[in-house]
Design a protein around this ligand. Structure first.
Ligand code: ATP
Ligand code: FE2
Length: 331
């Protein structure tokens, strides 16, 4: 009997739901391939309004789900496991994904797992790069963490003490009337800058603080050349990040560096990391944009790994402040 069960788990297909902030995503995987990865993104003029984003997800979730099932070319009965992003994130948005996953699990009588969103970013990057034990630099809108696996947990070697790196970029871009996400605009504009303008550089031990730098850059928005200011702002932000990452790499002696999260798409940041890794003889890897930005596939992939390793959760409530290092990594 247990052999049949093991066989079933081995062949299991998992459907994962992402809904931590602006993206509602549905991904499907058998653990080897990405069978589907569909998403819709709520676009806000200013910052994200959690209730509006949740409403947008509620209105559109069924469309994304249908598209994902069609893309995978399977039926709902083929799904053996449902996974959802349990946190961290915005409460109203998290609740949408959690409720849908719970209903699907009950309707199709299949198990359900809650996945830590940050760990899902890491796992999908490791899967894509076929990495074993990387130092992970996770840079998104809300999060900035330098992580590494040690004694069954992703330990946080350094992190932001205030806002996330992407957030700092988005708020700065808003000063110039650029809607979210401001990252691609900053990258393009910074390329035209030539002269470095001195800005606050705040590294505290292994941690980072961006709000002082952001305030100073915002104050200069109307006073300095836009291109030079964007260039200087980007160089300072990334310089701080690379400095702390380099120290973590030297200390942990890991042989691989994985850059994940929305900001990882920035070419200038990639170049800086490439150079730093070359100096330390470490392999550098950055995932494809579709896996780097928030998506359902990373939730499905991580959920399946967790389930196969034996993770069974009693508490499936959302956890808005779920920290990366609170999760025991038994897979
Ligand atoms: P998380 O919930 O993990 O914090 P998130 O909701 O912020 O994720 P992501 O898609 O991981 O979403 O990251 C979005 C961030 O990435 C935005 O702040 C955006 O400005 C930034 N970003 C996107 N492209 C670039 C780029 N080319 N350069 C710099 N930043 C970028
Ligand atoms: Fe994310």
């Amino acid at each position: 009997m247990w052999k049949v069960w093991l066989y079933k788990v081995e062949k299991m297909i998992c459907l994962g739901i992402e809904s931590t902030a602006h993206t509602f995503g549905v991904g499907i995987t058998d653990g080897r391939k990405c069978l589907a990865n569909r998403k819709l993104m709520y676009r806000a003029k200013g910052g994200i309004h959690p209730r509006e984003a949740a409403q947008y997800m509620t209105d559109n979730a069924h469309l994304v789900l249908k598209e994902a099932i069609e893309e995978a070319d399977i039926s709902m009965d083929d799904i053996g496991l449902f996974a959802f992003a349990q946190g961290p994130g915005l409460g109203p948005c998290l609740r949408v994904g959690a409720a849908i996953a719970r209903v699907l699990s009950l309707r199709y009588k299949k198990p359900i797992v809650g996945v830590n969103h940050c760990i899902a970013h890491v796992e999908v990057g490791k899967w894509d790069g076929k990495l074993k034990d990387p130092l992970v630099v996770y840079v998104s809108g809300a999060n900035t963490q330098i992580l590494g696996l040690a004694k069954k947990r992703y330990r946080i070697y350094g992190e932001t003490l205030d806002i996330g790196l992407g957030n700092a970029i988005d708020v700065f871009a808003r000063e110039f009337g650029v809607p979210m996400p401001g990252g691609p605009w900053l990258e393009k504009t910074a390329k035209k800058g030539k002269r470095y303008i001195e800005l606050p550089y705040t590294v505290k031990g292994m941690d980072l603080a961006f709000s002082g730098l952001l305030t100073a850059a915002k104050k200069l928005a109307r006073k300095k050349n836009r291109y030079d200011l964007c260039y200087s702002f980007q160089e300072t932000l990334f310089g701080m990040l690379v400095e702390v990452s380099e120290r973590a790499l030297a200390h942990t002696k890991k042989r691989e560096v994985l850059l994940v999260g929305g900001v990882a798409q920035n070419k200038r940041l990639n170049n800086m990391f490439n150079e730093m890794c070359r100096f330390h003889n470490a392999k550098f890897f950055v995932s494809k944009p579709e896996y780097n930005a928030d998506n359902g596939f990373m939730i499905a992939l991580t959920g399946l790994k967790m389930f196969k390793a034996g993770v069974r959760q009693k508490d499936l409530h959302i956890n808005q402040k779920w920290r990366t290092d609170e999760v025991e990594v038994i897979w």
